[in-house]
Design a protein around this ligand. Structure first.
Ligand SMILES: Cc1ncc(COP(=O)(O)O)c(C=O)c1O
Length: 435
């Protein structure tokens, strides 16, 4: 375990401080490391959850560097890595930067290793085999592997929704412009009422030219949880490849990609799993691995026996981020994904019902199975950017919106009901000031 004296005396402290642009390591010591050291060294006792659930989450909140007076309702964009994850990243640096491995050929920071010590816990967490997972930097990168890697002829179709993130849609736009594939889009209702509505839309849009259905498991636009298992089964039944953008899923909801039955799955655990930024993954179903071309090529790109490992041959990589990824999985397992998901759903239902009571138009599904920890509401005539700026400047509350009047409210487990009430009171205050 890395201890403070050891850490401060190490050259790693200086080089890290320099790398983040601080003139004096002493200045830095007084900040990040001191803060980290002041946080509880252990997670709350799991039995506290049964005795006093609110107290359990309050104690867990202390693991985060987000200042106590800040309310962060934008976890859907990026999460915040808590103390166990940050400590693991530093330990990773300490291990990697010494360059004193026993084997003279063994240099830890590069992109040519199997990284099984990181792939194994991740594979167990998302429900697949190690050989089906490639460690990449984020969902955007993984989506590019998907869009570039599948054999398609000009005129072949990919079917997606109108709620894909640019990091999911644009890899296909590039391919369409360069190679003449055709993109078809389904307009999702706002809100989606039930899974049947979605399935009949997908069913009616699939044509004999459709090669791939690509969709977000949870969309960035409204946070709707699409019936991924049923869509993938529909696609398979018609001989179509299913590729799912799951940027929001790990750490928000329980996930089992085998159970989902998709061919490909991309993700960014830096959102809801609170992993370090730049630690993403691509899942490729075993039967699909030999059908997917690699996008980046270096040694190993054409070695099928590497299985999905060949997609993570991307050159020198940030190994300490993977230490953090592993710690974030450990932390979610220690808390328990059931508890995390339950808490996040509960907070989301609360914020949604409270906004609807205030007259907001909901774009969040009324079906509990089709929503989780993102509530989206439309609040005309309030201009979202005015509200966003005011909330941050006046109240230290961060939300995310969309033009012109949409609010997207993310409810990670580390928020409290009091935080949400403070947001609601602030919303009322702003609305009144505009009346
Ligand atoms: C559904 C979806 N896909 C992809 C992305 C892109 O994520 P990243 O920037 O981590 O690649 C996001 C980011 O918000 C997203 O919501």
């Amino acid at each position: 375990m890395l201890n403070r004296r050891h850490f401060l005396s190490s050259s790693v402290a200086s080089s890290l401080a320099a790398s983040i642009g601080l003139a004096s390591p002493a200045l830095w010591r007084g900040n990040l490391w001191a803060q980290l050291e002041s946080l509880p060294s252990k997670l709350p006792d799991p039995s506290l959850f049964d005795r006093d659930e609110e107290a359990y989450w309050r104690e867990l909140r202390q693991q985060f560097l987000i200042p106590a007076d800040e309310i962060y309702l934008n976890n859907g964009t990026v999460g915040s890595s808590p103390a166990p994850v940050l400590r693991a990243v530093f330990e990773g640096y300490e291990k990697c930067e010494k360059l004193n491995e026993a084997d003279p050929e063994d240099y830890p920071i590069w992109g040519y290793g199997p990284f099984n010590e990181f792939r194994d816990p991740l594979a167990a967490f998302v429900g697949c085999k190690r050989d089906e997972i490639a460690l990449l930097r984020n969902a955007t990168e993984a989506n590019n592997y998907i869009a570039n890697g599948i054999d398609m002829k000009p005129g072949d179709e990919v079917l997606m929704t109108d709620q894909e993130h640019p990091g999911g849609e644009h890899p296909w736009n590039l391919r369409a412009k360069r190679y003449g594939i055709v993109i078809k889009k389904i307009n999702l209702p706002k809100p989606v009422i039930n899974p049947g509505q979605i399935l009949s839309l997908f069913n009616s849009y699939i044509t004999p030219r459709t090669r791939v259905v690509f969709f977000s498991h949870i969309t960035t636009v409204t946070g709707v949880v699409l019936p991924a298992k049923e869509i993938c089964a529909l696609a398979r039944g018609k001989g179509v490849i299913s590729a799912v953008d799951g940027a929001h899923v790990p750490g928000m909801m329980r996930l089992n990609v085998h159970d989902l039955g998709c061919d490909l799955y991309s993700s960014s655990p830096h959102k809801w799993l609170q992993a370090p930024k730049g630690s993403g993954f691509l899942y490729v179903r075993d039967e699909m691995i030999d059908r997917l071309w690699s996008t980046l090529a270096t040694e190993g790109w054409d070695e099928p026996q590497l299985r999905a490992e060949r997609f993570q041959r991307i050159g020198s990589s940030n190994v300490p981020a993977l230490w953090g990824l592993r710690a974030s999985i450990q932390m979610a397992n220690d808390i328990g994904m059931d508890r995390i998901e339950g808490r996040q759903r509960h907070l989301c239902d609360y914020i949604l019902a409270s906004m609807v009571k205030r007259g907001a138009q909901t774009w969040t599904s009324p079906d509990p199975a089709m929503r989780c920890a993102i509530a989206t509401v439309n609040v005309p005539p309030i201009k979202r950017m005015e509200l966003e700026t005011w909330l941050w400047k006046e109240k230290k509350i961060r939300i995310r919106g969309g033009e012109p009047n949409k609010l997207r409210l993310s409810t990670p487990y580390y928020l409290s009901k009091l935080d949400i009430d403070k947001f609601l009171d602030s919303f009322d205050e702003f609305k009144k000031s505009k009346a």
